[in-house]
Write a protein that binds this ligand. Sequence first.
Ligand SMILES: [Zn+2]
Length: 320
Amino acid sequence: MSLYRMFWLAGFAALAVSACMAKTDEAISATASEKPLLFNAHMHSAFVGQDDAAYLRDVLAEMDAVGMSRAVLFINEPSDIADWGEAAPGRFLIGPTFPCVALRVEREQSCDWGGQDWPDIDWLRAQYESGAMSVMGEMLFVYAGVAPADPRMEPYWALAAEFDIPVGVHINRGPPEDSPSRPAGCCPNFDSDLGDPSLLRHVLEKHPELKIWLQHAGFPATPRFDDIDYLEETFALLADYPNVYVDMTALHSVAPPPVHEAAVRAFLDHGFIDRVMFGTDNWEAAPIIERYGAMSFLNENQKRGIFYDNAARFFGLTTH
Ligand SMILES: [Zn+2]
């Protein structure tokens, strides 16, 4: 999840947020002339107990500055629904992060669902029924040491399938120990093996229509990740299930551009470039946009797909 990055947004002027909320995507696109229309498929609210208001202001300022009309927002506690969803109606597709883990001993908790690490299933159903939430995730299986096929997950998979709710799953073997996203004291049950996308087959066999997106896809095999990349497993899953998409968050912010490019080329070569969705995971958006913009091996349609259209298709949105 490499989540909860602090923004370095000092350069962005706060724009008129309320005006943008009422605009159509086309209007935003026209306003942000020469900027691609953006859908961010991966963003997090602030830590449990932290001031969401200040963070929300920074996030909205960045969204307006770069022409990002919508974002998936993984929230960490029930109060985030009002703090974010009601503050910026229509801009966030909200989902619950779980199972919760302590990120640092006696410090931040990744999420808190009324004192529980898992949101109450009936409460969650009510959120989907009311439209307050429309996605599920980020699923922290690796961090929590919980397998996708764990029996405790089945009610959630069934609920997502019933409401056609896309589920975002943190995959791959990272983050590495003692990195900013996995500091000392974090996650005693962390289990890299649970980042294998193949483990989702069990779920998809039972719920073949379920929409799942694999988060942090494309990382190469390196000693930091036990020389395992899961690319073969990722492509096999995409081949078998047309409802499986990916984001490349973290990779396109921490890996050198050639490594990110190689991953994008691999998705292109395998015929899955239209399943790749732009996302920031709370890293600064502008450098990521620049990277995709500079990829001359992608045509304009493919770039527009990554920036917006693929996510609009996956999340079932039309412009309105
Ligand atoms: Zn993640």
